[in-house]
Design a protein around this ligand. Structure first.
Ligand code: FBP
Length: 539
């Protein structure tokens, strides 16, 4: 592989790990757990993996020294900086336990397990990828592991390769499936363990024991750098309003963190829009008011941050999507057969009058996205909806009307941006390099300790890495029941932005000042170890 000077320098970086797993390590079991909600349902669905205790690793005599085993690893879903370090952490961890241990990488995501596509990850391969961004070491994919036939195909290849455990590195959906797989393999007495690792730049896979998902730190720093550059451009030329959409399809953590780092004029937080029961017009009016206020001060420029999932947070649209999901699930066979051009009419005919009217009032590009495209997990693909453009157009129309009424007399020229893919494969920050490598090392210890249905956990992450706490959290403890594709399913509860949490409260206390004053911060490239504002304000 051709390497840049930075990559060569970066590959020499030695990730820091918690002191408790550096040397002899013993496992300590805590109290039994319960799921976050719907305990009876989750217990029934996961009779073997429900109620397991939280475990921590502490310095001490190990009971699992030298065990020989092979491991398979899967990268699942969207890329996130640090994935290669999770893999290298697992590799180093299992080799430390016994140098004869082997790591296999399943290719192209979960489908690699089902289709028996894999490579053995040797030290030569691993060394090429240490501290690099991307998931290209083995590739990723969004195939959903949910059918018994898939689990059995996985079992076949594990038995053939002598694999004792599979590590699934993924977001909430992939870790939910990891738990279903763990339960199935336990029920069948296969002896195969399944361990999850918390990945997603979206930052929405977190709870008391999983402080952050990996990739969030790096991705938000990359976005903050470019937003800062745009703010500086805006403040230099003083002629554009920049509408910037940021990834994060189900939660607005990325947008909030980027706002805390760069102090733009307008930041929309989906969770607040929902809590205040706002309409699209309310959102547009809020932005237009800020534009008008700045124009009155002679500032015809600014920045607006928009979370990717905004559309889904608007209560009326959320209700429409829920009805659409149920309706499509109930009529899937018929819907699949209809010609593309007739699908919209089919949708309108099958929706309630209220939702049909709302559906028809939306710009065609948005209604098409809502009706026609879903990812394999049934999610609306919000990254494909151009919300930033839609809002800019709607604000422009409102301002034109206000101009006629004499309420506004500024200039409004816009630029649009969408930052998502730019940050997902960035070289990991020191935090993500250390955190990911530690998650991998902890996963290898959970495997050696015979655990299954656990997520690798590293906590106390606002402290220096040596003080981080390492352990495992039963995945069932994070679950509740939610409707997916028209049916109630056990899923890991997503972490949304808490409106009474430190990060949002800090933002809310400052946003009016940031709106009218130009108090931008230009963070520049990632050069220093700096904890995300989200983690600092949460702790
Ligand atoms: P994960 O939840 O799999 O980590 O992916 C998150 C994400 O980056 C979202 O922010 C975005 O909406 C989505 O992936 C884009 O998906 P795709 O990579 O399939 O275009």
């Amino acid at each position: 592989m051709n390497k840049s000077a930075l990559q060569i320098e970066r590959s020499k970086y030695s990730p820091k790990i918690p002191a408790s797993i550096d040397g002899a390590t013993k496992l300590v079991e805590g109290k039994a757990t319960e799921s976050v909600a719907d305990q009876a349902d989750i217990k029934k669905l996961f009779p073997n993996t429900y109620g397991m205790p939280i475990v921590t690793f502490e310095n001490g005599e190990s009971k699992v020294a030298n065990t020989q085993f092979n491991v398979g690893v899967i990268l699942s879903g969207g890329q996130a900086p640090g994935g290669h370090n999770v893999v290298s952490g697992i590799f180093d961890g299992i080799k430390k336990i016994n140098p004869a241990n082997k790591l296999y990488g399943f290719l192209g995501g979960p489908s690699g397990l089902v289709d028996h596509k894999y490579i053995e990850l040797t030290s030569e391969i691993i060394d090429e990828y240490r501290n690099t961004g991307g998931f290209d070491i083995i590739g990723s994919g969004r195939t959903k592991l949910e059918e018994v036939e898939q689990f059995d195909k996985g079992l076949e290849i594990c038995n053939k390769l002598g694999i004792k455990a599979i590590v699934i590195i993924g977001g909430d959906d992939s870790n939910t499936n990891a738990c279903v797989l763990a339960e199935y393999y336990l029920q069948k007495n296969t002896g195969i363990q399944v361990i999850g690792c918390p990945k997603t730049i979206d930052g929405d896979l977190k709870n008391e024991m999983i402080e952050t998902s990996f990739g969030f730190d790096t991705a938000t720093k990359v976005y903050a750098e470019v937003i800062g550059n745009i703010e500086r451009d805006a403040n230099s030329a003083k002629k554009y309003w920049h509408f910037i959409k940021l990834m994060g399809r189900s939660a607005s953590h990325v947008t909030l963190e980027a706002a805390l780092q760069t102090q733009p004029n307008v930041t929309l937080i989906g969770e607040e829009v929902e809590a205040k029961n706002q309409t699209l017009d309310d959102v547009v009016t809020y932005i237009a008011n800020v534009v008008a206020k700045r124009a009155a001060n002679g500032d015809n420029f600014g920045t607006v941050l928009v979370p990717e999932g905004l559309i889904e947070f608007i209560p009326a649209i959320k209700k429409l999507i829920a009805e659409l999901n149920d309706m499509l699930a109930a009529n899937q066979a018929e819907f699949d057969k209809i010609a593309v051009d007739d699908k919209i009419d089919f949708v309108i005919k099958h929706l309630s009058a209220e939702n049909a009217a709302l559906f028809q009032s939306l710009p065609t590009a948005v209604s098409k996205q809502l009706a026609l495209e879903r990812d394999p997990h049934g999610n609306v693909q919000v990254s494909l909806i151009e919300t930033e453009q839609l809002l800019a157009e709607m604000v422009s129309k409102k301002l034109a009307a206000w101009k006629k009424e004499g309420k506004y007399n500024g200039k409004f020229a816009t630029q649009h941006h969408f930052f998502g893919y730019e940050g997902r494969c960035a070289a990991p920050s020191n935090f993500d390099a250390d955190y990911c490598y530690s998650l991998g090392r902890v996963a290898s210890l959970l495997i050696a300790s015979g655990k299954t249905g656990y997520m690798s956990s590293v906590r106390n992450t606002t402290k220096p890495a040596a003080e981080w706490l390492a352990g495992g959290i039963p995945i069932t403890a994070m679950m509740n029941m939610e409707k997916r594709n028209g049916k109630m399913k056990p899923v890991i509860q997503k972490a949304l932005v808490k409106l009474d949490g430190g990060p949002f409260k800090f933002f809310a206390a400052n946003r009016d000042k940031w709106a009218t004053e130009t108090s931008y911060i230009y963070p520049g490239p990632i050069v220093a170890d700096q904890t995300t504002k989200t983690l600092v304000l949460e702790h």
